[in-house]
Ligand binder design. Structure first.
Ligand SMILES: Nc1ncnc2c1ncn2[C@@H]1O[C@H](COP(=O)(O)OP(=O)(O)O)[C@@H](O)[C@H]1O
Ligand SMILES: [Mg+2]
Length: 140
């Protein structure tokens, strides 16, 4: 691993700007730019917002973003203490009039892999490869 950065969202929404800034910094240092960079920041932001809004029963549990830069890929891991959820393999964008439900389709379309582990809290892992991939790559 080349670099690891951690953002603790202990005070919730106030830290969301830091999530975006840190994601942008790590991804651009890796050479991502343009639409890829915008997509990575947007996808990681959606995962963090979801962890804060859906992953906290008391509204105060910590949420953590871990960004890991590897030679070939960026991994963003978002951890919350909630019950988790079953992430469907494919999700259609909701109708234009819908106010909800765009986070997961957005994450899946901008990132190369998305994995959700539910059990002892929820762990959402998003992966973007430096070289474009044609189809989704399985996370081992
Ligand atoms: N971290 C999470 N913990 C629990 N449930 C989640 C989490 N992230 C997403 N979900 C579930 O997946 C659904 C879809 O998420 P998303 O596409 O971002 O839409 P929205 O957040 O607008 O509802 C959420 O409504 C929620 O039920
Ligand atoms: Mg959402």
């Amino acid at each position: 691993m080349l670099q690891e950065k951690i953002v603790l969202l202990s005070d919730g929404a106030k830290k969301l700007a830091e999530c975006r800034e840190t994601t942008q910094q790590v991804a651009s240092e890796m050479g991502f730019n343009g639409q890829d960079l915008w997509g990575i920041v947007s996808a990681v932001f959606e995962a963090c917002v979801n962890a804060l809004t859906h992953g906290r029963q008391q509204g105060r549990e910590p949420v953590m973003l871990i960004l890991r830069a590897f030679d070939d890929r960026l991994e963003a891991v978002v951890k919350d203490r909630g019950k988790g959820f079953a992430c469907p393999p494919a999700v259609a964008m909701p109708p234009v009039s819908s106010m909800r439900g765009r986070g997961i389709p957005l994450m899946k379309s901008f990132m190369d892999d998305m994995k959700v582990e539910s059990g002892d809290g929820c762990i959402v892992t998003l992966v973007k490869y430096k070289e474009p991939v044609s189809g989704p790559r399985a996370l081992s």
